[in-house]
Ligand binder design. Structure first.
Ligand code: HEM
Length: 121
């Protein structure tokens, strides 16, 4: 192998090395987010159904969905389906209503994970 060729191979290997190193640094600083179902709930409080029932109006609106408790008060006004869809369920179990909406997909699950406050005892 002549010197020029060796130099080219050396440069190519250095570039590959830098790319791999760059990827590793990027991958470490951007850990992938957990899926909504894996969102940690262990450190959250647990509530009874009657604890939740006390938060039953649009200025203080808690919901139960699949045995998890959500504080939807601030979310009401940004709900894509409108606040009026959720308000009747404040203080109640909204699982059936929530699950009946076909458009409640991963975006709705992601929104839920931002307002979770606990689970039912
Ligand atoms: C805190 C609980 C809730 C969250 C986080 C939530 C979240 C969302 C999100 C993100 C969407 C938009 C989906 C999309 O188009 O990509 C949506 C739509 C909708 N939601 Fe909810 N939702 C909640 C509770 C409810 C409840 C209790 C009802 C009552 C049945 C409801 C009824 C609807 C309806 C009808 C739509 C469709 C709006 C449209 O497409 O015009 N939601 N919701």
């Amino acid at each position: 192998m002549d010197v020029a060729k060796e130099l080219r191979v050396g440069i190519a290997l250095t570039i590959v090395y830098i790319l791999i190193l760059g990827y590793l640094v990027y991958a470490n600083s951007h850990p992938s987010k957990p899926a909504p179902s894996q969102v940690q709930t262990q450190n959250l409080s647990s509530y009874t159904v009657s604890d939740v029932a006390g938060h039953n109006n649009q200025n203080d609106c808690w919901l139960i969905i699949s045995n998890k408790v959500y504080n939807a008060t601030d979310y009401l006004n940004i709900h894509p389906g409108g606040a009026q869809m959720i308000i009747p369920y404040c203080g109640m179990d909204a699982t059936a209503a929530f699950d009946s909406v076909m458009r409640h997909d991963s975006r709705a699950q992601a929104a839920l994970s931002t307002i979770i406050i606990g689970s039912i005892k």
